[in-house]
Design a protein around this ligand. Structure first.
Ligand SMILES: [Zn+2]
Length: 57
C-alpha cells in the first residue's frame, strides 16, 4: 500500500473508500489490487522545522 498526500483512482476499477477518517483507494481488479492500493496521509501538520528565537540585545 502506498501512502500519499492525495489519493485518486488509478484505473476504472479503482474506488475510493473512507474508513476511520482516512481515505483509501482500492481496486476491484485483482490484477491491479495490490498495486493500486493507496491510503491518504493524515495528520500532516504545517509546523515549521526551524523555530527562530529572537535574541533581545
Ligand atoms: Zn485500479
Amino acid at each position: 500500500m502506498k501512502v500519499r498526500a492525495s489519493v485518486k483512482p488509478v484505473c476504472k476499477h479503482c474506488y475510493i473508500v473512507r474508513r476511520g477518517g482516512r481515505v483509501f483507494n482500492f481496486c476491484s481488479d485483482p490484477r491491479n489490487a495490490g498495486r493500486h492500493k493507496q491510503a491518504q496521509k493524515r495528520g500532516v501538520r504545517l509546523t515549521p522545522k526551524f523555530q527562530t528565537y529572537r535574541t533581545t540585545a
